[in-house]
Design a protein around this ligand. Structure first.
Ligand SMILES: Nc1ncnc2c1ncn2[C@@H]1O[C@H](COP(=O)(O)OP(=O)(O)OP(=O)(O)O)[C@@H](O)[C@H]1O
Length: 619
């Protein structure tokens, strides 16, 4: 379209008033949220807040601004985007939505000159063009404006409440004219007029509103390309926008230039809900560990200790990037604070090779090696409770329910009189129970119990790949985690305990519940519990597994099997599209849910990390 035609557009009209009434504005910074991946009920709440904020502000502007930033981790620079949201409202309005915080008017580069009627040159040398939406379809998908951020540097919604008596007159008039078959020119096409009239007549506020898009380019070519792409995007939604020749005013969020104003559009608060755009995916815990980039390109910083619950669950199919996530997290955690001890249970010995990267000692456990993990001694040291010892032994030695009470009683009565668990097993009076416990005194199990336990320095990862028997793997994991937790973590102020391949334990509820117990006690000692697993759907089937999944303050959901997605969908109340997203999630990405926040996340690794932390298969 030739530029001259802009002047003929019907959306500049005469009769403007000053929009911004001098200096009686207050600016607020508003908090965005990851609207698009929230459950429907949470979205509805946000939309209602949005409508309430408009109604209470009465007149103002909501502004979203995207800035490209460089984010540095170590010596690596990552390109990131930050979206900031502002509200300009009348000084007497009470604003408390979206964590509104009063701020100075956000500074922007000043206009240097008008290059042509549709292009501004800014002080920083960039070129700017402000487009105004002049056609809206009768139904808009929610969050639409947010989807335009790929092209647009700023989105602004200017709104002004129409005095009620005037509003009633306006909608009545428009309705009459429509009934008379007259063309509606005043922007009522955004919603069904009948509904709007009803709502306005029953007391809803009517707003005059404008939607502005600010494009910024380093030169005319880039600006033109952005404008073309934006218009194409808008067309897809049945919207049109163009640049009117009052660019200086529009840049200052003023829809009028002297007596010229851009064409008015009207809506009530309810119908403005789809224009909600306070959307970003940000998780910036102060002092958090850098994990990667959110879906909106913002760096994600996670501080587990700032959450009311320190558990961190990472679930995804094999190869989705779970261990990479855990390794990167642990390494960067230690870089931030070298005093944090880490204990890890590593059934496939994936971490032992690289344990030094997060300052941990690697203990590779072999099957016929004295480990000194005597449950009686652990009990005496306070690392395990009688109930836990009895549950673990019952499961490992397949003791029938009827005899479990007997075992517990024996432990209670005679535990203290036996030197060690082998002696205890041979002194058990009940002959049937005694038969079940025979394995305790014979190899290979006896190796687990005899000798002295490993001397542990500050942090340790136990690799269990060489323990082939699943039963022994489970037994050793249970005992060694209790031992190490008690030795290393209970005295620290902050610590981390991780279990990879946690699905291995799903058939042994006693061990899961031991972990769960560590997680629960961990809160008191500041122990962050990382629980890394495939097969979330299988885990969710056991009571203990489900508790761990449900109660984690932070969860990273990575790629899921099509047939397995339903469990995570149900537990974490995911929408259909989120569940679908997880089925196709690329390596290293997924949905991170941390306390009240929910974002999509791509784990960012440096070359060095990728090289060091990839499994041989991955490499
Ligand atoms: N964020 C990432 N960026 C790039 N590549 C990655 C990322 N995460 C993982 N990978 C690659 O994918 C491979 C598999 O990842 P990883 O071992 O973490 O998967 P996993 O989910 O733990 O699998 P398993 O359950 O089999 O242990 C890695 O070896 C690495 O090469």
């Amino acid at each position: 379209m030739g530029k001259g035609q802009h002047l003929l557009r019907p959306f500049i009209s005469l009769g403007g008033e000053m929009w911004r009434e001098g200096k009686r504005w207050k600016w607020y910074r508003l908090q965005g949220s990851s609207f698009t991946i929230l459950p429907y009920e949470d979205r509805d709440l946000l939309l209602s807040d949005f409508a309430s904020m408009l109604t209470s502000s009465k007149r103002g502007a909501i502004l979203a601004r995207k800035t490209q930033r460089e984010f540095q981790y170590s010596s690596h620079i990552f390109q990131s985007f930050e979206t900031e949201f502002f509200l300009a409202a009348r000084a007497d309005a009470q604003i408390f939505w979206f964590e509104a915080r009063e701020v100075e008017e956000p500074s922007r580069p000043k206009v240097k000159k008008l290059l042509d009627p549709f292009t501004l040159k800014l002080e920083d040398g960039s070129l700017t063009r402000v487009l105004v939406a002049y056609r809206f379809p009768s139904a808009l998908p929610e969050g639409i404006l947010y989807s335009l951020f790929s092209e647009v540097s700023e989105v602004a919604l200017l709104f002004r409440e129409i005095e009620h008596s005037k509003a009633v007159g306006l909608v009545e008039n428009a309705r009459k004219r429509r009934m008379d078959g007259e063309r509606i020119t005043e922007g009522f096409e955004a919603q069904s007029l009948g509904d709007l009239a009803l709502r306005v007549l029953s007391g809803s506020s009517l707003f005059e509103f404008y939607v502005l898009f600010t494009l910024i380019g380093s030169d005319a070519k880039e600006l033109r390309a952005k404008e073309r792409r934006l218009k194409a995007l808008l067309k897809g939604y049945g919207m049109d926008a163009d640049a009117p020749p009052i660019q200086r005013d529009l840049y200052m969020l003023n829809p009028c230039s002297g007596i010229f104003c851009i064409e008015k559009h009207f809506s009530d608060g309810e119908s403005l809900k789809p224009l909600f755009f306070l959307i970003d995916e940000e998780l910036h815990d102060p002092n958090g560990v850098f994990l990667g980039m959110s879906g909106t390109g913002s760096p994600v910083l996670l501080d587990l200790w700032s959450k009311p619950n320190l558990n961190f669950v990472i679930v995804g199919i094999t190869g989705s990037g779970k261990s990479m996530t855990a390794k990167v997290f642990l390494k960067r955690l230690r870089e931030k604070d070298a005093s944090i001890p880490i204990v890890g249970i590593d059934p496939e010995s994936e971490y032992t090779e690289i344990a030094s990267k997060f300052g941990a000692q690697a203990v590779e456990i072999k099957e016929r090696e004295s480990l000194g993990l005597d449950p009686l001694k652990l009990m005496r040291e306070g690392a395990m409770e009688i109930g836990q010892v009895s549950d673990v032994l019952s499961e490992i030695y397949s003791i029938p329910d009827a005899l479990q009470g007997v075992l517990r009683k024996e432990l209670f009565m005679n535990g203290d009189y036996s030197e060690d668990i082998v002696e205890f097993a041979s002194s058990v009076k009940d002959p049937t129970l005694s038969r079940y416990l025979q394995g305790i005194g014979a190899p290979p199990d006896s190796y687990v119990y005899e000798g002295s336990p490993p001397v542990l320095s500050k942090s340790v990862v136990f690799g269990l790949k060489n323990v082939r028997s699943k039963k022994l793997k489970l037994l050793i994991s249970a005992l060694i985690s209790s031992y190490a937790y008690n030795k290393l973590l209970t005295r620290a102020q902050k610590s981390a305990f991780f279990v990879d391949e946690a699905w291995l334990f799903m058939e042994t509820p006693s061990i899961l519940s031991l972990f769960e117990n560590i997680a629960r006690r961990g809160r008191k000692h500041g122990t962050a519990f990382l629980y890394i697993s495939q097969r979330a759907e299988d885990l969710a089937r056991s009571k203990e597994g489900r508790t761990i999944l449900e109660q984690a303050g932070t969860v990273f959901l990575m790629r899921q099997e099509p047939q397995g997605k339903d469990a995570v969908k149900e537990i974490y109340k995911l929408s259909d599209s989120e569940a679908e997203f997880l089925v196709g999630a690329p390596i290293g990405s997924g949905i991170l849910k941390s306390w009240r926040k929910r974002i999509t996340l791509q784990i960012a690794t440096t070359e060095e990390e990728l090289g060091a932390f990839s499994t041989s298969l991955g490499r």
